[in-house]
Ligand binder design. Sequence first.
Ligand code: ATP
Ligand code: MG
Length: 426
Amino acid sequence: MASIQAIRGTRDILPGEIGDWQTIESVARTILGCAAYQEIRTPLFEQTDLFERGIGEATDVVGKEMYTFKDRGDRSLTLRPEGTAGVVRSYVEHGLHAQGGVQRLWYTGAMFRYERPQAGRQRQFHQLGVEVLGSSDVRADAEVIAIANQILQTIGLKNLSLQLNSIGDASDRSNYREALVAYLAPFQDQLDPDSQHRLSHNPLRILDSKDANTQAILDKAPSILEYLSPDSQKRFEQIQALLNDLGIPSTINARLVRGLDYYTHTVFEIQSEDLGAQATVCAGGRYDGLVSQLGGPETPAVGWAMGLERLVILLQQLQAQKLPSVDFYIVSRGEAAEAQALKLAQALRQSGFKTELDLSGSAFGKQFKRADRSGAAACLILGDAEAEAATVQLKWLKSGEQSAIAQTELLSNLDQLRQQLTHATA
Ligand code: ATP
Ligand code: MG
C-alpha cells in the first residue's frame, strides 16, 4: 500500500531539530516574562467573519490565502492565518479592557495560509507575537520593538536590520492615498496586474509590489512622510529618538506600509541578510482602529509577529558555522598503532590541540563513524602500515582530503597545522 505523507506546505519537526524550537520559545518566554507580558492561547479556528473584518478583505491573506471551510453545522470557519484577530476577539469577548490599564499579551502557535511553499514559507507555519492593548504612548511602540530586538539578539542572530516607517493617522493616509493614486493613474497600464487592481481597491499596497517595473515607477512617487500632520510627524521623530536612546539602530523605509485603515503611525519590519527572498523575520506596528473594528471600545494597540520557521533556519546556519568542538579525532587499530596513537594524542594535546583518542579498539568503520559524529576538523588514522612506517593518515573531514605524513613531520610543523585547521573550519 502507498504510504501517506504530510500535506504539502506542512512539516514535521523531528527530535533532531526540536532543540532550536525550544531555544527560541524559552528565550522568548523568559524575556516576555521579565517584561510582564502574559501568555494567551486562543483557538486554531474562528468564524471566517473575524478575519474578514480583522485583517481586511483587500489583503492577500483574506483574498487568497485562507483555509476556509464549512463545518457540519454549515458554519463558515477559518483556520487562523495570524494571531492578532483572535487575541483581540478574546480581549473584547472577555472584557479584558474592563480591567483597565494596559494589557501586555503574547502568544505562539501554528498559523495557516494557502501560499506557494518554499524555504521559509509554508502553509502551516508558526508565529510568536505580542500585543500591547490600551496604550497610545509612543513608548509602547519602542518597548515592543526593543523586546523583539532583545529576543533576536539573545538567540544569537546577526545581520539583522530594523526598518521603520510611519503611516500617520487616518486623515494623513487618506490625503496620501489621493496623491499616490493621482501620481500612479497615468502609469496604470504599465503597472503589474496586481497593482492595477490595487489602484482602485487598496492603493497603498502597491508600494509593496515586488515587480521591478512597478518599483521603478514608484521611485518618483510622493512619499507618505511628506503627508504626515505635525502631530504624526512629531510622533515619528519621538519613536526614532527613543530607539536611538535604547541603542537600537533603525533605517527609515518610506515604502513600508500596511494597507488597512485600522493601522496607524508606527510600522516596522526586522529583516535578515541571511535568508534570501523570505527575509522578514518580524513585522508589526500600531493598530489603533482594530479593537473598535471588532466591536470593542476604542483601544489603542501595538504589536508584532515573528515567523519561527525563519528563525530556526537562521539558527541552523549559525550552528553550521560554529567551530568544531574537537580539532583531531584519532583512530587506530593494532597494538603498535594504538601505542603510537596514544603518544601522538599526548603530543598534540600538549601543543594545545583539542584531541580525542578513540579507545574502543573496534573496527575502523565504527571508529570513523564516531570521528564524523565528534565534529572534529580532522581525523588521524593509524593502522599496521602507518605504525610500521611511523606515518599517519591525515584526513580533513569537511573536504574529505586525505594524505600520509610522517609523524615527526606532523609534530614539527604545528604552525602550519594550526593554519590548516583555521582554514578547514572557516
Ligand atoms: P511575507 O511578505 O513574507 O508574506 P507577511 O507580510 O505575509 O510576510 P505577516 O503577516 O506580517 O507576514 O507575518 C509576520 C511574520 O510571519 C512574517 O514576517 C514571517 O516571518 C512569518 N510568516 C508569514 N507568512 C509565513 C509563511 N507562509 N510561512 C512561514 N512564515 C511566515
Ligand atoms: Mg504573506
